[in-house]
Write a protein that binds this ligand. Sequence first.
Ligand code: ADP
Ligand code: MG
Length: 682
Amino acid sequence: MINNTYNYLLSDLKKLKGVGAKTYNILKKKKINNIFDLLWRLPKSFTDRSESTKIKNLKIGEIQTITLIPYKYNFPRIRNLPNKVYCKDDTGEMECIFFNSYEGYIKKILPLNKEVTVSGKIGQFRNKYQITNPKYVSEDASLIKNKHNKYSLTEGISEKVYNKIINQILTNLPILEEWHNNNIVTKFNNISWNKSIIELHKPENVGKYKSNFYKRLAYDEILSTFLVHSEIRKNIKKIKKQKKVFDLTFQKRIFSKLEFNLTNDQNKSLSEINFDLKSGQKMFRLLQGDVGSGKTIVALCAAANVVKSGFQVALMAPTEILARQHFNLANKIFDKSINLEILSSKTEYSKKKDITKKLKEKKIDIIFSTHSIFQKKIIFNKLGLIIIDEQHKFGVNQRKKLSDKGGDNCDILLMSATPIPRTLTMTIYGDMDLSIIREKPKLRKQVKTYSKPDSKIDEVLKFIQKEIKNENQIFWVCPLIEESKKLDHASAVQKYNFLKKKFPDKVDLLHGKTDTVEKDKILRNFLNQKTKILVSTTIIEVGIDFPNANIIIIENANKFGLSQLHQLRGRVGRGDKQSTCILMFKSSLTENAKKRLNILKSSTDGFKISEEDMKLRGFGDILGFKQSGIKIFKLADPIHHSDLFELAEKEIKYMEKNDIQLNRYKTLMKLYDQADVINDIV
Ligand code: ADP
Ligand code: MG
């Protein structure tokens, strides 16, 4: 019977022959929950057992396949002596040796005077060829004389068992109805899903990511991801909300207080946001722009407009320092007609209670806080906009929850300062509308970037000395030691003590454990230029703005990813002075590390840097997406398959425009996106 439903693929692994409790648990631990999941563990290489060899031609040390006849057993029944089976062919003799095997088993697999095919590594003992504990033994030569896949996932599961499981699945693979239209399948030479999977598991096809079967499967994956995004986007758009009503008077008043004009991209993004706010559809938008591109002012204007239309706003930042900076800026550019408040984990209990009460009574218009406000049961009177700053680590599921959070009338604006390659933006943020600030504010000088080994620290100190004389300020970022926050802390303290001796009264230290009051003081002193050097762990990575700080020293720079270094470097060069970034490293650099530092030295374009980062480290690694629960593709690769991403994007746009229904893609989505988000879609 031809199996033509996908149910088989989604069924439990227990259904498979050869999957006992032990194997089942091993697979479960590897997050392989059903048959479909198993399809993506690909062979890494194979052992070729297909050619058979005569005994006289055997080569010691190699894996060989022999068809032979067992003619005598020797079961010594003495501890430590192995059982032996003497075998021959028409050219010579050899032995199969068994340690710890029962006689019954040996007799069963190697019956006397019958032709048997055996494959294994050839050894030699007292001038005789032998195979020890042969695993590949059968009277049916066709079962042995094959290419046997090697999988890297077989920890605790033998290669033989694993192959048996996979072969069983491939034999029972359902023939599914084609979900792509003709136009698409012809691009892959009409290869079906079923056929593609079979090709994928052929040992000789390992690594053929440019072949039709591979591309088809990669495309399946990309399209299904995009389809989910498209559905989420469409569903959010369907939500009717109360339109926000405001004119641009207040926005103009804010502009008049600024020392600069908005860039074209800032203006464009702000109008896109304003348009969404005024519309009857819920906004779900990402504002993407490199560090220092000026997203904050755009967000604050949008917030003010929402307040002017009678709603409250929640602005959340990843750190308290950043929340406070936004709060301070808002205090500066808004007049008294907008009530602002800041809530942090260290806000005193009575104050917290007061804030909660005021939010409920709508006596606070904009609340600034960290992301943690989410979890809290804070009740707003009339929440109209949630702004989340610097958040690239939200997965689709989290974003969807976020969108549900504020209720129908609440618009959502996410901001991300991580320029990423287009293929990734499509993949990661495809569910959102996008505003991009590419152009950086004019007058901004490029940050000069140098690299220096630790041994030349004296040169760096001399340079700093001079800069301090010129009234400049310095960030000193201490090594990031991922394994241990404690070590991060220790090295920052050490550097602080070292620098304090060289520059008395000019150095301060900021780290994860500094408490809010202290932090405030430290930041204020740095902002007022009382201190000149701020030693810190990577805490300054996100968003904080110190216009007078124009030098950043980054220790152990080779340990950071390119995009992260770029982010750190973005902490300087925010004013109009020339700024400098010095990348320090411990000893000699690897070629790859040199290459990476050179990219950073030669470019300040975040989008370009992230492309390079992706090429060097693979897309999963850049920006820590891996830890973030953001979908990682099984086969599709934003570097090798960028054409497929574009193809899928085009297809989705076409479908959206022509209102094409998803029915035909139901199976695709069921199989590829077993995540929560699609439960209410398909
Ligand atoms: P980010 O996009 O990284 O959040 P910010 O919003 O913090 O960047 O802006 C960085 C700095 O640039 C701030 O000091 C801000 O006042 C300034 N800035 C923003 N827009 C402009 C502009 N159009 N012209 C000049 N400076 C600007
Ligand atoms: Mg910012």
